[in-house]
Design a protein. Structure first.
Length: 83
């Protein structure tokens, strides 16, 4: 099982705070999981396919394609702006 979290504007855009996916319901690579989620519709595609989407796995930011493990927590964040 993995937990997928969505934060800030992504949460509102997708109308989804989190997903729990069981073994066999999710792809084994982060890139494939993003493609799988993008198939859920236009808003999902915009979020998952954007080069600006930030991703953390187990609370560690990553930009690499990694292999997902049971128990992982994957979080998607919009780009952060400062002031």
């Amino acid at each position: 099982m993995i937990k997928v979290l969505f934060f800030a504007s992504f949460r509102e855009k997708l109308n989804c705070e989190q997903l729990t996916l069981e073994e066999g319901e999710y792809a084994s690579l982060l890139s494939a999981l993003k493609s799988q989620l993008a198939e859920r519709g236009e808003h999902w595609r915009e979020v998952m396919m954007s080069d600006r989407t930030l991703v953390a796995i187990n609370q560690t930011m990553t930009r690499q394609d990694v292999t997902l493990q049971s128990g992982d927590e994957i979080a998607f964040f919009p780009p952060v702006t400062g002031g």
